[in-house]
Design a protein around this ligand. Sequence first.
Ligand code: 5AD
Ligand code: SF4
Length: 362
Amino acid sequence: MTSTSEHIPGSAGVSPASPPEYDRALARAEAGERLERREIASLIGCAAGQERLLAAADRVRQRALGPAVHLRALVEFSNHCRQDCAYCGLRAGNATLPRYRMAPQQVVDTALAAARLGYGTCVLQSGEDPAYDAQTVAGIVRAIKAQSEMAVTLSLGERPEADYAAWREAGADRYLLKIETTDPALFARLRPGRTLQQRVACLQALGRLGYQVGSGFMVGLPAQSLDSLAGDLAFLRDLPCHMAGIGPFIPHPQTPLAGEPSGDLDLVLRCLAVARLLLPPAHLAATTASATLHPQGRQRALAAGADVIMPNVTPEHYRVHYEIYPGKIAPRGDMPSYRRQIEALIVGEGRTVGQGRGDYGG
Ligand code: 5AD
Ligand code: SF4
């Protein structure tokens, strides 16, 4: 048995055979023991162990959370962004993208329509768009909370702590801010003008303010190593985060990373499975990026430890311009029929549709 690491594009140098320490690491992980970073790297780096790893994650998900898959209605309300992330189609430097902003009342109306269909959570997401100042966002949150029982999740990027505080006071329950990568050099290269430290500080502020905090990262970024991904997973564990999204990098033609290969779905699934073993009660998304990369991406993620799907409820004429990466899978039909399709997918996987808000620890 060798542990050669022939480089597969987008796969961070995966080993085909399981190294001797693999079995011990897997057993320790399933028993809830604290893994070393090199043990995490061994689990995600071994294609031969994938079936056993995913089965262990599925068992841990079942024990910790049961069969429910929670649905979060995603409203992409503005594709303006002041940042220039090298991987993202919404980057400020992408002059070819038609930009839009939904009016605050439209955001509220879309969220309330989702509530009437039975969604227990709405996720309000945008690029980093200062046009929505703290008071505007607080007003949107207040209006949704006053007219529905929904949990409100915000995902608006890095903002001053005072903004996060105002939104929490307005009733926001959760905040998503992916760390993207914990490799400081890679972070600095891919997110010009920003530092890993600043992003970590935002996550810590959100935690202090009492948000349920979501984070996550991309798999298959250029020059990302297995050790770096192991660091990302250890970061999620140590935060600790209540929710996470882990998905493949998909190159966008209007970005500096246009010529790079996509991330490898199997490696994404192994990262997701390890995230489940490290964070048994966390809500983990079967990401849209995984579904975009592979027709069974969502189903495979659900079988690898995921328990959340975020159906997109953004009005279509806006949604088509929220092009973070190309080919993003689009809802078919109107909001009610799309919900029925997603419910059928969940039931088809032998799972149940989560009722209520699907809070952390709830
Ligand atoms: N491929 C996959 N995911 C991406 N994101 C941004 N660009 C890409 C890409 N090219 C993800 C990041 C970010 C969110 C807006 O979308 O994780 O948090
Ligand atoms: Fe803006 Fe987020 Fe895209 Fe970076 S990843 S350019 S912050 S939308």
